[in-house]
Design a protein around this ligand. Structure first.
Ligand code: PA5
Length: 446
């Protein structure tokens, strides 16, 4: 199969009977999720997205991607949180890592660059410099349509587009992905006549990568979104069984909860390839926003190895024992490097002629054993190839697992009340109309 889940390195931490004792709880969690009787069930439409998506919109996404590919050298994707992390992760994973750094003549697809995911002015200015006088389009993505970071960046790019192409020309280059009915972005897009795509009501930001939110930027970057959906559909089929012994995604959810109750409160998603680093960022939002509430939850972190083995690797090996790791790896390398054979006194003679991928994989094995010996439980999620199908299946694996995992821990995995708190304070301090009282009370506390 495309994805395998290996828990053999948990043997010294979790007994077999511990997993089977989770079955009754997992059955309840499964029912809450599948029958829609759990809290937050109004946000579980992502469950069937891989098979029940809007096919007409999908075709419009492909047509828009083809248009952008033909008339733009750059697509600026404006969004934050769930409105950019999935596309960014997918584009890094599916493309040549340095694709965005090559000149236009050496790239097959437009540069896909992200804005509105911070409020740092220098970032925006350098992005504008990078675009230069090249042709570009903008995909503004905001489910609520009211988030400050992307709204500010969008204003800047809207103005740039209008100056460059005129108001009419700009309209042809702006694509708005937002709620079907509500929000300032929806109102603006209707008024201006932008091409619109929908973030479905029943899909929260962090579960939206398989909607237009992720699909348009991924398609523009050259990703095969049909294969992505096909892989996710394979996941929808493979991870639907309430029987723990037959469902690796549910096993992952159950093991995480077993470990959590033993005091392993931080999970590191580990990779050995920079093309997976952004996947770790997507996963951190998925886990953290789903599970971190009511004073509970596993803290999601990530490790980019072997790079980080030379930094906080020391902590993982010998620090406080509340960590566990989930390694994400790909069996077949996209390309390889043969270690040169030469007459050199660099101590590398024993590796010459070997493949770098072999060394990388061996590093992951040696590290895993060392970490397990040091008291860090390890699990492995392995996909066979670095392609769209495998990515789709892996996305679905983690999505369904976090739903089950959240219900096992007695929380609502599908809301994010905590994200609103900072937004409210920011509105108060910036003097947004309607927040006057808050403005005063916050200013008094500064
Ligand atoms: O998951 C969430 O709700 C958040 O992280 C959002 O994705 C983020 O705040 C962006 O929100 P919006 O798409 O409404 O602009």
């Amino acid at each position: 199969t495309t994805l395998s889940f290996d828990t053999s390195k948990l043997a010294s931490f979790v007994g077999e009977e511990e997993l089977s004792m989770m079955q009754p709880m997992v059955s309840v969690a499964d029912e809450l999720l599948r029958k829609g009787t759990g809290v937050g069930s109004e946000y579980t439409d992502w469950l069937h997205l891989p098979t029940q998506y809007d096919k007409d919109e999908f075709a419009r996404i492909q047509a828009a991607a083809a248009k952008i590919q033909s008339d733009s050298k750059v697509l600026v994707v404006v969004g934050i949180g769930g409105s950019y992390l999935g596309a960014r992760a997918a584009n890094d994973f599916l493309n040549d890592y340095f694709a965005n750094y090559y000149g236009d003549e050496d790239r097959d697809f437009p540069q896909v660059l992200f804005a509105g995911n911070s409020i740092a002015p220098a970032y925006l200015n350098s992005l504008i410099k990078l675009i230069g006088d090249r042709d570009f389009s903008v995909n503004i993505i905001s489910k609520s349509g009211t988030t400050t970071e992307p709204a500010i960046a969008f204003r800047v790019f809207k103005q740039m587009l209008e100056e460059k192409y005129g108001v009419e020309g700009a309209r042809e280059r702006i694509y708005a992905t937002t709620d079907a009915a509500r929000g300032s972005l929806k109102t603006l897009a209707d008024e201006e006549g932008y091409e619109e795509f929908v973030v479905p009501d029943g899909v929260g930001g962090r579960f939206s990568v398989l909607t237009a939110v992720g699909l348009l930027p991924i398609a523009v970057g050259g990703g095969d979104i049909e294969q992505l959906m096909a892989g996710a559909a394979a996941g929808e089929k493979a991870y639907a069984d309430a029987d723990l012994s037959k469902n690796p995604a549910y096993q992952y959810a159950a093991y995480r909860n077993i470990l959590y109750r033993k005091g392993y409160t931080t999970e590191l998603l580990i990779n050995y390839d920079p093309t997976l680093a952004q996947f770790g960022e997507w996963w951190k939002q998925l886990q953290g926003e789903s599970e971190g509430k009511d004073g509970k939850g596993i803290f999601p972190a990530s490790g980019n190895f072997s790079t980080d083995l030379h930094s906080f690797g020391q902590y993982i090996q010998d620090g406080r024992r509340n960590l566990f790791e989930t390694l994400v790896r790909v069996t077949e390398p996209v390309t390889d490097v043969t270690i040169p054979t030469m007459d050199a006194d660099d101590g590398l003679g024993y590796l010459q002629g070997k493949q770098m991928s072999y060394v990388n994989r061996t590093a992951s094995e040696g590290t895993m054993i060392a970490h397990v010996d040091g008291g860090v439980p390890n699990m492995i999620v392995e996909i066979d190839k670095q392609n769209e199908f495998a990515l789709g299946q892996m996305i679905y694996f983690f999505e369904v697992a976090v739903g089950i995992s959240g219900y096992l821990n007695g929380i609502n995995p599908f809301n994010q009340p905590g994200v609103e708190d900072y937004k409210r304070n920011m509105f108060g301090l910036l003097g947004k109309p309607g927040y006057e009282e808050l403005t005063e009370s916050l200013q008094a506390r500064l």
